[in-house]
Design a protein around this ligand. Sequence first.
Ligand code: 3HC
Ligand code: NAI
Length: 694
Amino acid sequence: MTTASPATALTDTVLYEERGGVALITIANPPVNGLGDMVRRGLADGMARAAAGAAVRAVVLQGAGKLFCGGADIRQFNTPAATAQPMLREVNRTIERAVKPVVACIHGVALGGGLELALACHYRIADAAAQLGLPEVNLGLVPGGGGTQRLPRLIGAPAALKFITSGKPVDARQALALGLVDAVIDGEREAAAIAFALDKADSAAHPVLADKPPAAMSAAEMKAQREALNPKARNATAQRTAVDCVQAATELEFEAGLDRERALFDGLVAGQPSKALRHLFFAEKEATKFSSTTARAIRSVAILGAGTMGGGIAMAFANAGYGVVLCEREQAALDRGLALVRRNYEISAAKGVLSAAEVEARLARIQPTLDMAAFADADLVIEAVFEDMAVKRAVFAQLDRICKSGAILATNTSRLNIDEIAAVTQRPQDVIGLHFFSPAHVMKLLEVVRGARTSDEVIAGCMRMAAAIAKIPVLVGVCEGFVGNRMLTGYWREAGFLLEEGATPAQIDAAMQGFGFAMGPLAMADLAGMDINWATRKRLAPTRPKHLRYSQVADRICEQGRFGQKTGAGYYRYEAGSRTPIPDPVVDGVIADCAREAGITRRAVSDEEIAERCVLALVNEGARIVAEGIAQRASDVDVVYVNGYGFPAWRGGPMFHARSLGWKQVLQKLQALHAQHGEHWVPAPWIVQQAGQA
Ligand code: 3HC
Ligand code: NAI
């Protein structure tokens, strides 16, 4: 006989229903069924009711909506709700100790605490399309709901360790192969779960991972996995801690292992790196948001210029399955560009990332041409020719004649004014900046630059396109250098001043790497090509206030034909075929000359001063950018700097870093720098305001 009770709400976020001898406990906490305090309480109540229910023979735990559970509610971390009783540990213990079998029925995703909840269940079944993972390390954390202790007992410590440190989810079939789930369901989910649960109802005992002895793993393998971690990864601390947790699972009894996991989790959750990574998690989601009733559809793409950027952008689209028309002005340049694209793909194939067939498939999506007439049907055209206003304007006038009505005309310019480019067309509403970063097929950041007349529909289309090619878009306004490059001006300015005051290029770069940057500012200038900034400085020279201090160092280096790595010399010199910067006495001489001419007595400069001045220069300019509305929000500046400029993710970006220092303290430092070094350091009014509110 089938009995059914209507679903009742145990809390606002957990539903309870009895059907045919099975209690269905459903997490209904949109958007991701996060395990907030109310959900935990609802789960505990549901388990109590199922235990007491005379007709209940088994329990199915599931998620409402499109997923099982996205894990702990990250927004509650560092608030009292995160530690409100019952904690996930208690909920899991209740489930594990239940006499009646508990089956987790997973669909959509089971991530983090969600998967840990499933691990406490006696059985797990998963929809064929489900994804299961422990992504906590991506947030600078370790699983804190028993995952590091149960998973090694389920799938073995070596596999568990890889699973936890990678933070990457697996699909249901992989989960089955790993032993993470007991069955994969292809048909109707709930019915399958009920049948599975009833089938287990008469078993004398159900598997309880907590009852298993510590997992086995040799010391040698533990050491090997520890050493295989990348110490420069943005979540290196969390990954190391995950190894400590799994080691505990191999050495300690279950409850002691849980204590160890919790202590380590608590340390990480209270620490700055995890706070920064969690800030970035939300900041990156926020940055992609743009509301518009319509979005221009982009199905076909054309790119003009097959140089460094054009080739990389073509790869980014081809990788995502788009057909791309790639146009050059002459055969030799086209051949060079395509050869580089092929080489890049072949390097990926050699590393085992791509199959030979996939290389050919991606190359086949790129259709080379010397004739811009091939752009006539493209939905989106991206111009990536030389950084020269006259050249860009001539090209856009041509595009305006050739491209179909409704096509989006985009420029990849790094610094030029989009509105001046749009002005040569009859359709400024369709013109936009799409500022990719080099190498464009690798770098995640995309500055989407809205011109004064760019339509919302075009912006929305580009924001959506960015997601489709796995980029993180940040919407920015028109100004010299937009967000990222504009901030570099002050950053490089301070580096130049510090050189004159007594630092060496190697010291500056080492100090910034010590702060956590992937690369120092001067090595970065050598990599990007010093000629580009030199041209910008020359272009802007007429508008530069003459009374302000100006370092001649970069210009003098360029005057010697030293443009960085591409000429074998810049701030450093480079051996043929090598990218390793070698300090060069010639540059020391240039610096000493510039300092002498500027009347500066050189002194010992500390690493702390270097880091402070370079970073605060970024912060002060970032604040102006926010106040001017060039960036929509301070966190967008962080997204730009972390994803495009090598700012350490574990510091959360320049604005989050400053906020963490405290705006009052930041203001005091800026005021001190202003008093000592003058007008460049006038504190941004936005910071004065933040400090006032603090
Ligand atoms: N806590 C709080 N909010 C969350 C969240 C979480 N765990 N996961 C997602 N959200 C929010 C997002 O910020 C977004 O909010 P918004 O609408 O206000 O912008 C909303 O939920 C929807 O998120 P997405 O846009 O990302 O939705 P998708 O459907 O594209 O993706 C997802 C869903 C795969 C679950 C994805 O959101 C995700 O990967 N979330 C993070 C998962 C995670 O890291 N879990 C581990 C948490 S830590 C933990 O569990 C600790 C435990 O060990 C104790
Ligand atoms: P590049 O010099 O490597 O390539 C430019 C290519 O455009 C050359 O192959 C050239 O033959 C071609 N070209 C010039 N005029 C053309 C025309 N009328 N029709 C067809 N092709 C033409 O330059 P790069 O570095 O790729 O830069 C391109 C644009 O991207 C510039 O606006 C630059 O500021 C911007 N950019 C560059 C970045 C970088 O790191 N190199 C980063 C982000 C943006």
